[in-house]
Design a protein around this ligand. Structure first.
Ligand code: SF4
Length: 102
C-alpha cells in the first residue's frame, strides 16, 4: 500500500501519487499515459497530470488495481502536500531493474 510520506518528489498534487516502492514495471504509464510517466534517470513512475475526465479516471483505477507493488496512492486529496516527503537518497540505491538498462 502506497504511503503519502514516501511519495516520489516528481508527483503533481492531487488524489493520485506514486511512492518509492515503485519498481518501474511500466504498467501504469502504458495503461494511463496521460497521467503517469517514467522518470528515466531514477527508474520509477510518477503522476505528471491528475486525471480530469471519466476516461482518464477509469484508466487510473485500472492502473491502481494492476500495480504489482501497490505503489499508487489514492488518498492524495486528503493529505497535506506542503509536508515534504521523507528524506531519501535515490543515488545510493539502485532503483532501475537490471532488465531496463538496455
Ligand atoms: S504499475 Fe506500479 S510498479 Fe509499475 S511503474 Fe506503475 S507505480 Fe511503478
Amino acid at each position: 500500500m502506497a504511503k503519502f510520506e514516501d511519495r516520489v518528489v516528481q508527483n503533481v498534487r492531487g488524489k493520485f501519487y506514486v511512492d518509492w516502492s515503485c519498481i518501474y514495471c511500466g504498467l501504469c504509464d502504458e495503461t494511463a499515459p496521460t497521467v503517469f510517466r517514467e522518470h528515466k534517470e531514477r527508474g520509477w513512475a510518477y503522476v505528471f497530470h491528475q486525471p480530469e475526465t471519466p476516461e482518464e479516471l477509469e484508466r487510473v483505477r485500472e492502473a491502481v488495481e494492476g500495480c504489482p507493488t501497490e505503489s499508487i496512492g489514492t488518498d492524495g486529496d486528503e493529505q497535506d502536500w506542503s509536508r515534504p516527503p521523507k528524506t531519501y537518497d535515490p543515488v545510493s540505491v539502485q532503483r532501475k531493474p537490471w532488465w531496463r538498462f538496455w
